[in-house]
Structures are given as structure tokens and as C-alpha cells.
Write a protein that binds this ligand. Structure first.
Ligand SMILES: NC(=O)c1ccc[n+]([C@@H]2O[C@H](COP(=O)([O-])OP(=O)(O)OC[C@H]3O[C@@H](n4cnc5c(N)ncnc54)[C@H](OP(=O)(O)O)[C@@H]3O)[C@@H](O)[C@H]2O)c1
Length: 310
């Protein structure tokens, strides 16, 4: 089968089409024919650093496709069913490929209203938003939620999930993206290029920080009593936890995990019309390097999707 591989760590140019053996599903696993996958910043990081493996891995965590084969004992799916999910994260999943083997319960049925391209855009970013808001910060109706980079991959779905859960949502985005972020349901949008978000936002219960660096500690100044910063980037070096403790707030670093229950909630939000992915760019698998170049600008609105099969 065709997949994207790399012989060495480096820039987008190291990515190339390789021919590799088709994987076989073991007990509890399924083989999925991948129709689309999507691009996330963790892919860029793994391409450059190799992550925990320290060397090249097969990239990609999002998948939307069709069950080709089920392994021994799998009762959840049958061949021919359309599924989507974020398998194996944080271990490598290798979804930049024609086929992928995953534990059956890392997937759920694809909502009929979504194309494979749309479905592939959602799992990693939507699970991140769901696990940050629900599992980590325990968001409740009426909570005030500040979402940094609200127009980005994680941000644009986190705004929608927070609204669906009854929160009041403040997002940060550059001026030209404000209409888009309001259209997602945000109650307020702060232009981070002109305004200091730490003075413009207040009485916040939950901050979802996708930016990192000084954003974590500065976000503490927007919180009200009992508030929490959930950091998705740069956990340690800013001393976020120390600052938070000193000010009497909670903070934590979170890494998204494969999550069957979370995927069911995400599919339900799609089915009820409360969660829709925004797709900025669609490219064929062979153009993974181009997709990385675009993504690495850090200016994406919504998601970049790679198509694999029709
Ligand atoms: N810990 C985890 O499990 C986890 C999971 C998913 C993602 N992440 C991390 O979260 C980060 C974001 O991921 P993503 O997929 O959302 O990335 P992305 O789609 O590339 O984010 C792009 C967006 O960021 C916005 N942006 C850039 N600088 C900003 C700033 N200073 N203030 C506000 N918005 C800003 C841009 O909007 P403008 O052009 O308007 O500035 C753009 O729309 C990455 O670092 C990723 O690694 C972590």
C-alpha cells in the first residue's frame, strides 16, 4: 500500500510516498481503508523530532474511512461500515496511508451528514476540546470559557463544543477571522494582534490555551475564583503551575488520548447540528509536504485535510 514516510527527520521536504506492506488486524482490531486524514501540529513536531521514538515514525492520527476487515472477536463493526476516529494517540497511528489497523474501540461510526473529508478533520481536535472542557475542566452551563486561537483547528471546534455545553465563550483571533469565530457561536472575540487579551477578558472560569509560552501565566489574570487554565502546549518551562498556585488558581497540562466515549459524544454533537468542521484546504496524500508547509504557518482557519481514497 502507499503511505507517507520519511528517511530522516527534517522539514516538509523529507515527506515522500513510500510503498509498505498492508497491516493485518489482530484480535480486537480493525483494518480501515483510509479515505481521508487530517494534518495537526503534532505531525509537524513528530516529523522534525521523531517525538518519543527519537527517529522517523509514520505520521497521522485522524482517520475517516471504511472498515475493510475485522480482527478476531470484534463485534462493534462489520466490513463496509464508515467510521472515523483518532486511533492510538499518543502512540503512532500512521494514518497518512491507504490502510490503517486500529483497536476497534478507537473508532465510531461516521455521521451520515459528514463527508470523509469533513469527518477526517474532526477527531483529534474535537477530542482535544472535549477532553479539555468536559473531562479536565468539568465545564458547566453558564461557565465563561476563553478559547485561544479560536479560528484554528482546536479552537474552532472547542468554541462550538463549549457553546453546545451551555458556556459563554470568548475567543481570540486576528481581526479578519472575527466573523468566522462569531459564526461558530462565540459571544465575544478579542483581536490578539491589537488588544491584550489579559485585560480584555475577565471573570473567566476556564481557559483553553493552545498557544503556550507566556500565554499560560497571562491567562491566569483573566480567571475568577475557582478558575482553571488547561494548557495544551509547552507544559513546564513557563512555570504555569507555580504561578497558578501562587494566585490560588488551578492549571494543568493535557495530552489528548484515544477515546471511544468521547468520539461518541462528538458524533452526537455532529448529528444534532452543533458541531461542524471548517476545512481550509484539501490536498491529495502525495502533497503531504505542501500541507505541512501551509499548516506550519500557524495561520490556518479550521483544518487541512489529505484525501487518500475516493
Ligand atoms: N496537548 C494536546 O493534546 C494538543 C492537542 C491538539 C493541539 N495541541 C496544540 O495546540 C496548538 C494549536 O493546535 P491547532 O491544531 O489549533 O493549530 P492551528 O490550527 O495551526 O492554529 C492556527 C490558528 O492559531 C491562531 N493563532 C496563532 N497565534 C495566535 C495568537 N497569538 N493568539 C490567538 N490566535 C493565534 C491563528 O489565528 P490568527 O491567524 O488569527 O492569529 C490560526 O487560526 C498546537 O501547538 C498543537 O500542538 C495540543
Amino acid at each position: 500500500m502507499r503511505a507517507i514516510g520519511q528517511d530522516s527527520l527534517g522539514g516538509p521536504e523529507v515527506l515522500k510516498i513510500v510503498e509498505v506492506g498492508r497491516p493485518e488486524p489482530g484480535p480486537g482490531e480493525v483494518l480501515v481503508r483510509v479515505h481521508a486524514t487530517s494534518v495537526n501540529p503534532t505531525d509537524f513536531w513528530h516529523r522534525v523530532t521523531g517525538g518519543l521514538a527519537g527517529g522517523p515514525i509514520r505520521l497521522g492520527w485522524d482517520v475517516s474511512g471504511v472498515i475493510e476487515e475485522v480482527g478476531l472477536g470484534v463485534t462493534l463493526f462489520e466490513p463496509g461500515e464508515e467510521v472515523f476516529g483518532m486511533p492510538l494517540q499518543p502512540r503512532p497511528a500512521g494514518t497518512y496511508a491507504e490502510y490503517v489497523v486500529t483497536p476497534a474501540r478507537h473508532l465510531v461510526r461516521k455521521p451520515a451528514s459528514l463527508s470523509h473529508v469533513q469527518a477526517a478533520a474532526l477527531p483529534l481536535v474535537a477530542l482535544t476540546g472535549w477532553q479539555a472542557l468536559v473531562d479536565t475542566a468539568r465545564v458547566r452551563p453558564g461557565h465563561r470559557v476563553l478559547v485561544h486561537a479560536a479560528a484554528g483547528g482546536v479552537g474552532h471546534v472547542t468554541v462550538q463544543i463549549a457553546k453546545a455545553l451551555g458556556a459563554y465563550v470568548i475567543g481570540t483571533a486576528s481581526g479578519p477571522k472575527h466573523d468566522f469565530v462569531r459564526g461558530l457561536g462565540a459571544d465575544e472575540v478579542i483581536d490578539h494582534t491589537r488588544t491584550d487579551f489579559a485585560s480584555a477578558a475577565g471573570d473567566v472560569d476556564i481557559v483553553v490555551d493552545t498557544i503556550g509560552g507566556e500565554y499560560g501565566p497571562r491567562s491566569l489574570w483573566t480567571l475568577r475564583e475557582g478558575g482553571m487554565v488547561v494548557s495544551l502546549a509547552s507544559p513546564a518551562e513557563t512555570g504555569l503551575a507555580v504561578h497558578a498556585r501562587a494566585l490560588g488558581f488551578r492549571s494543568t497540562f493535557m495530552i489528548v488520548e484515544a477515546d471511544h466515549a468521547g468520539m461518541r459524544e462528538i458524533a452526537a454533537l455532529v448529528d444534532s447540528g452543533r458541531l461542524t468542521p471548517e476545512i481550509q484546504t484539501v490536498l491529495p496524500l502525495e502533497q503531504a509536504a505542501r500541507a505541512h508547509e501551509i499548516g506550519e504557518t500557524g495561520r490556518t482557519t479550521g483544518k487541512i485535510v489529505l484525501t487518500v481514497a475516493d
